[in-house]
Design a protein around this ligand. Structure first.
Ligand SMILES: [Zn+2]
Length: 180
């Protein structure tokens, strides 16, 4: 398995100085690979993938899609998705993002899928995206407080989704619905 080396890290992980004490980091072999370590305080740089959650919202007439209003991919229709905050359960992040983007109130999150792969914005930055299904239990599809357009599409008429994380979530959701 070819894991990224320090030179392959994304921009945000290209650091030279210790974030704790500001000493210049050194590269040392450690736990099987070259890593950056602080010679002063011992801090070791372990880059992590970004953690995001996406949600298939079951609405009475189908699945809720939202329209993306920022680049890249402005204008595409997709499932609600967003980053989990540090310490936030990804299932809670899925509900929160779904509620923020649609105006609905959601409940009963259930795990569907995960994908791990490079970001569309920066191919050196990896993302771990967890997919959930949740039920709309209140609120109203008013368009979101973030100003995004929404629509409800029957599952059998769902257009192809662009992002692999959302393709995986829908695929898992279809499997779930086929099960007794
Ligand atoms: Zn340090």
């Amino acid at each position: 398995m070819n894991l990224p080396t320090i030179a392959d890290y994304p921009e945000r992980y290209q650091i030279r100085f210790c974030p704790r004490c500001a000493a210049e980091l050194v590269v040392v072999p450690l736990f099987g690979m070259q890593r950056q370590r602080c010679p002063a305080c011992g801090w070791i740089h372990y880059p992590l993938p970004n953690l995001a959650a996406t949600v298939v919202i079951e609405h009475e007439n189908g699945i809720v899609l939202v329209q993306r209003d920022i680049d890249p991919d402005r204008g595409i229709w997709h499932l609600p998705i967003g980053h989990a905050e540090y310490g936030e359960d990804p299932a809670d992040a899925a509900l929160r993002e779904g509620e923020e983007e649609t105006g609905l109130r959601l409940a009963e999150p259930r795990f569907l899928s995960y994908t791990h792969g490079p970001s569309y914005g920066d191919p050196r930055l990896f993302y771990l995206v967890l997919g959930f299904v949740a039920r709309a239990v209140g609120g109203a599809l008013t368009g979101s407080d973030e100003g995004r357009a929404t629509m409800v599409v029957p599952l059998d008429q769902l257009p192809p989704l662009k992002w692999t994380s959302q393709q995986a979530a829908i695929e898992a959701y279809r499997r779930l619905r086929r099960e007794p």
